[in-house]
Every structure is written in structure tokens, then in C-alpha cells.
Write a new protein. Sequence first.
Length: 95
Amino acid sequence: MATTKNAKSMGKQNLTVSLERAIIQKARVIAARRSTSISGLVTQQIEMLVGEEEAYTRSQRQAEELLESGFKLGGTIRMTRDEVHERRERVNGRK
């Protein structure tokens, strides 16, 4: 039974949208030029929108992971923070 339920949830579902008549008329013309239907136009646009959002989310997650892991710029730390401050004070003549 679980397979049937999953198959149904992956199927298509109707969506009702209310638009002004003038917009619907223009959409019919555009759909005809593209050899599709208004439903096809809406489907294409929503699929593109969802795809872009998913790609953005993926990219954001990858960027955050990269920032978390840090950048390996090479080199080694030779002095502690205190040693750096002491050296700066010596150079500036404060000690």
C-alpha cells in the first residue's frame, strides 16, 4: 500500500488560479506561439522557479560549508598572540 500512496503523491494535481481576462487572453496567444497550453506555460514557469530556488539553496549550503571548513592559505603561526603584542609594544617603544 505504501508504494501506491507514494505513487499518488508523485502524480499531478490540479491547481486553480484566478487571473484577469486580459491576462488570460494574452497568455493564450503566448501559449499558441509556443505550441503549448496556458497550463503548460504555468507549469514551465513554476518548474523553473522551483529549480532556481533549489539551486540557490544548494549553492548557499555549499558556501556555508566552505566557510565553516575555512580556507587553507598555507604558512604556519610562529608566534602566540601575546608574543605579537609584546613585539609590537617593543617596536613602538612602549616597554
